[in-house]
Design a protein around this ligand. Structure first.
Ligand SMILES: C[S@@+](CC[C@H](N)C(=O)[O-])C[C@H]1O[C@@H](n2cnc3c(N)ncnc32)[C@H](O)[C@@H]1O
Length: 221
């Protein structure tokens, strides 16, 4: 059965409350103009909120962090606004919405932030509230056309999905889309993508057991 309008609103409100109470609104390292609802440390959110995540059958809270691959890609887009300016942009595996927001700031014509996790989609809506008319949120990517730009921050941490994503990105590039991914050396990053930028980004030691990582921006073109 499909929930009625008021039920949908109530679920969304509960998710918003969860995000706002479990995180703090804080600037992203190296990107002081972008404020996101972020976990201050991994453990409370991952453990204390386990019950909420399980009750709602939700994924681990990837949306509560600005991942190093996403930070690198957001910096790249802002440093090279021509990659997105005037284009329809899709941020695949958007998490917090970081890369989508960077694309909006850099002058994209429209942005769709795609994430399969419903809590991430709520977080993206909260984080991108200032760009409401420009940044849309979806569970699945829209059809991609020649000249569109597809971005993906920190996606290559599991073998099978990484293979699927890499293949999709190659296909989109062949169709004439601009594709860029940000990656800090995850195990399943595609080896045939070309590096367009390499930079050191801050990370949360709770997540990565170190406070800086070398991240690369890659393209299948
Ligand atoms: C490590 S997080 C990266 C988030 C963000 N791009 C960043 O760099 O900060 C990966 C995100 O990809 C999303 N994801 C994984 N598989 C997906 C799929 N098949 N479709 C859409 N989103 C997916 C997860 O829910 C998660 O939010």
């Amino acid at each position: 059965m499909t929930p009625r309008g008021t039920d949908v609103d109530a679920v969304e409100k509960e998710r918003e409350r969860f995000i706002v109470t479990q995180t703090v609104l804080a600037p992203v390292p190296l990107l002081p103009n972008i404020l996101l609802y972020q976990a201050t440390s991994l453990s409370p959110l991952w453990t204390e909120s386990q019950e909420f995540l399980e009750r709602h059958e939700l994924d681990p809270p990837y949306w509560a962090f600005a991942w190093p691959g996403g930070i690198a890609l957001a910096l790249y887009v802002l440093g090279h606004p021509e990659t997105v300016r005037g284009r329809a942009v899709v941020d695949f595996g958007s998490g917090s919405g970081l890369v989508a927001i960077a694309a909006a700031l850099a002058g994209a014509a429209s942005v769709v932030a795609v994430d399969r996790d419903p809590l991430a989609r709520t977080a993206i809506r909260l984080n991108s509230a200032s760009w409401k008319g420009l940044v849309g949120v979806a569970a699945e990517p829209p059809p991609i056309s020649r000249g569109d730009c597809v971005l993906g921050g920190d996606l290559f941490y599991e073998a099978e999905p990484a293979r699927t994503f890499s293949e999709w990105f190659r296909t989109l590039a062949k169709l004439g889309a601009q594709v860029f991914v940000g990656d800090p050396g995850r195990a399943y990053v595609p080896q045939d993508f070309r590096c367009v930028e390499e930079l050191e980004v801050p990370t949360m030691p709770d997540l990565e057991s170190r406070d800086r990582m070398l991240a690369r921006v890659l393209t299948p073109q």
